[in-house]
Design a protein around this ligand. Structure first.
Ligand code: DC
Length: 337
């Protein structure tokens, strides 16, 4: 199964961006914060003192959380009851923040999260997904924004709902929660070493998403190539210009993506616009000094695979930036996040 991890502080845009990616890639979106919130609902209902770890340990034994999907929306079932509608309150958020630091709570929920990722392709968001829950996720994004930007978003949201609120109080609360998340002993919030950092302070959701897309494209061959242009002449002398404007599968002439398989091999994806036949060319990294063009030439003469979109899944997953750098060098447009 393939997994994408998105971590970062509250208000950075994780869930909105994760849902967009989920739609584009057909991966199931898993909101892990909702699980900590469901635990919190149980603690609040049963008047468990969030400061008393042994009481929490006992209570956790009585909690059963299951995840279901209705019309593509995640539902959280707490001891047989759908509590999804109760999760986003201020009180639940505070309780979740106080209790998510305990080992008993985290152990139970991490097991649930890993179980979901074993069954299906997931895009999972939270605080510790790339570092602890799914360290082998093929793509990891650390999404952040300044506390000012996040407080402003929350302030505007509440104002729009007609609620009275103070920007300074919201910002203070955000900074306090960041501190707690980042300084707890178990699985603190931090960027995984192999995660890409995306700062959305000066971006809206669409801009954030469009920054992430090329990265996913490189990692998985997601069908979108708006940031790529690459000229390639194969050994038969045919020239190709790979350039894409593909968002919906119908408007491009060529799309291209790179999926990194391991430190020696990368797969290169080419698709032609006929909606039926898509072709994948597996490019082999020949040696330390070979360029992307060398890899493509080798691939052109040795491996061809016909595939059909959208069932396409590149044959393997892994993490390295080997071909990534070749691609960046070759395509003319910088790959920046
Ligand atoms: O993202 P959220 O606001 O719904 O998260 C609720 C709480 O759960 C928040 O205090 C952080 C915590 N949390 C966590 O510790 N680990 C996760 N993977 C997800 C959320």
């Amino acid at each position: 199964m393939s997994a994408i991890a998105i971590d970062g502080p509250a208000g950075a845009g994780k869930s909105t961006i994760a849902k967009l990616i989920s739609r584009e890639m057909g991966y199931i979106y898993v909101d892990t914060g909702a699980m900590y919130r469901a635990m919190a609902v149980y603690f609040s209902k049963n008047k468990v003192n969030p400061e008393d770890e042994s009481a929490i340990n006992e209570a956790v034994k009585n909690v059963d959380i299951k995840i279901e999907y209705q019309n593509g929306e995640q539902q959280v079932i707490l001891n047989g009851e759908n509590v999804t509608g109760l999760l986003r309150t201020e009180e639940t958020g505070k309780m979740a923040s106080k209790t998510s630091k305990y080992a008993a709570v985290r152990t139970k929920l991490v097991a649930l999260q890993r179980g979901l990722a074993k069954k299906t392709d997931v895009i999972m968001d939270g605080r510790d997904i790339g570092t602890t829950v799914l360290p082998d996720a093929f793509a990891k994004i650390y999404l952040t924004a300044s506390s000012d930007a996040r407080a402003k978003r929350r302030y505007d949201e509440l104002k729009e709902k007609g609620e009275n609120c103070s920007f300074d109080a919201i910002k203070e609360d955000i900074e306090k929660r960041d501190y707690e998340d980042m300084h707890r002993a178990i699985s603190p919030l931090k960027q995984a070493d192999d995660a890409v950092l995306v700062d959305t302070s000066d971006m809206n959701i669409e801009e954030g998403f469009s920054k992430i897309k090329p990265y996913l494209l490189l990692k998985n061959g997601i069908p979108s190539s708006e940031n790529f242009e690459f000229n390639y002449t194969n050994t038969s002398g045919n020239s190709y210009n790979f350039k894409g404007t593909y968002p919906d599968g119908k408007t491009f002439s060529y799309i291209m993506g790179i999926k990194i398989i391991d430190s020696k091999y990368g797969s290169y994806v080419e698709a032609q616009e006929d909606d039926i036949n898509y072709q994948v060319l597996i490019a082999t990294k020949l040696n330390e000094n070979s360029t992307l063009n060398d890899c493509l030439n080798e691939a052109w003469t040795s491996h061809w695979h016909n595939i059909k979109y959208p069932e396409y899944k590149a044959p393997d997953t892994g993490t390295t930036s080997y071909l990534e750098s070749d691609c960046i060098a070759g395509n003319g447009t910088a790959f920046t996040l």
